[in-house]
Write a protein that binds this ligand. Sequence first.
Ligand SMILES: Nc1ncnc2c1ncn2[C@@H]1O[C@H](COP(=O)(O)OP(=O)(O)O)[C@@H](O)[C@H]1O
Ligand SMILES: [Mg+2]
Length: 256
Amino acid sequence: MELLSEYILEINHISVCFDGFYALTDVTTKIKRNSIHFFIGPNGAGKTTLLDIICAKTKPTSGTVVFNPMYKEPITLTGMPEYEIVWNGIGRKFQVPSVFVNLTVEDNMVLSLSGGKRIVDSILRTPSDEQNEHINSLLKQVGLFEKKNFRAGALAHGEKQWLEIAMQLVQEPELIMLDEPAAGMGKPETFKSGEILKKIKKDCTIIVIEHDMDFVKQIADTVTVLHEGKILMEGSVESALADKTVQAVYLGRGKE
Ligand SMILES: Nc1ncnc2c1ncn2[C@@H]1O[C@H](COP(=O)(O)OP(=O)(O)O)[C@@H](O)[C@H]1O
Ligand SMILES: [Mg+2]
């Protein structure tokens, strides 16, 4: 069996039915390793549901998701308990920030060392030199090293989002998923987020849901357009922007 696939994730014929309503219908796609892959489309298209499927928060009605990690056999994620997904190297950032506002930036990072498993342990344990170095280098990557002793609650909205991304990276995941990371950000912050993600993708594959098309243009390697639970088209940003159907159902409507 070939272990190292060019693709880190294979989404095979995923359908999700909620009480007779299909949120996703026969969605099939692959995510390239070390790429930034966007899912875009109008509200209700099924984007968040797809991320819920990948991290096993939601069970599909049919179909499978297969993860091809670097040093292990392929792993079928569908049907796995949610916590095991994280152990296997997949992180997810939700729309609502989940940093501890009364802790410092650095302490938030230290807590992430436990992966949310044993918070009490990680509060009591002093990180090793190696762990401290790792935390410092991640904070530098997201531009927060100078603020490591700041209370997280004192950070600007964008900085909190970057901290959360850094917290996800503490566990050295092979894949992270970001649901609307630029929501509530101004243009300069959004641009900076893009530059941060471009650095991160050298170590980690990134799946992003986002409406801001400038952001998509800035960093997307591949774009999948979802509409009413189905894949409308997939390809480069340029091809998505030029696609007449995509323009009609999504881009033409402006931001929702
Ligand atoms: N748990 C659920 N139960 C019933 N319907 C749901 C549930 N989650 C999502 N939906 C429906 O599935 C569709 C897709 O939702 P969602 O994935 O959140 O879309 P998007 O993220 O693209 O805006 C929507 O019509 C939504 O109302
Ligand atoms: Mg959504």
